[in-house]
Ligand binder design. Structure first.
Ligand SMILES: [Zn+2]
Ligand SMILES: [Zn+2]
Length: 160
């Protein structure tokens, strides 16, 4: 086999098996960390979640690849764990006094710019820092934690 195997990931984003076809004995219906059901394909377009890459039946193991992808490679929709994290962030934003619905939408629209480096990343970081500055201490702490969990490593350093 040459190409990606399908990965199995729980809906909270814990990677279960990166080689569901090559190593089906490692598959699990539910996550052993959190108990949620596992998925192997995008709910929106049914494209398999990309797991280990095989070349002539051999794969190179990389620890970094155990991180669940955030968005579907085929249709660009967020996977369930990304949608959950964005929803949590959105719910926390509702607790920040004095923010309009528009400001909340804008802030959420910048989330993908924290999840990977884009031309808007630095702008997104400044925007979010200003926004978190408006929140009360405990809400601000929650927002910081949620953003750091979502952000790609290189952006984490820019955040706090
Ligand atoms: Zn899990
Ligand atoms: Zn998809």
């Amino acid at each position: 086999m040459t190409g990606y195997d399908a990965a199995q990931i729980c809906t909270n984003g814990h990677t279960i098996n990166r080689s569901t076809r090559m190593m089906p004995n490692l598959n699990k219906d539910h996550c052993t960390k959190c108990g949620q059901a596992t998925v192997t394909a995008c709910a929106a377009c049914a494209a398999p979640i990309q797991g280990a890459y095989y070349s002539d039946g051999r794969t190179s193991l990389s620890t970094k690849l155990s991180i669940a992808p955030a968005y579907c490679h085929a249709c660009g929709k967020p996977y369930p764990w990304t949608a959950l994290a964005i929803q949590a962030l959105s719910d926390l934003l509702e607790c920040v006094a004095g923010l309009s619905a528009d400001e909340r939408r804008q802030a959420i629209a910048f989330v993908p710019d924290l999840q990977s480096e884009t031309p808007r990343t630095h702008f997104a970081v400044v925007k979010w820092k200003l926004l978190v500055g408006k929140a009360k201490a405990e809400i601000a702490a929650g927002l910081q934690k949620a953003l750091i969990d979502l952000a790609v490593d290189s952006v984490k350093k820019l955040l706090w």
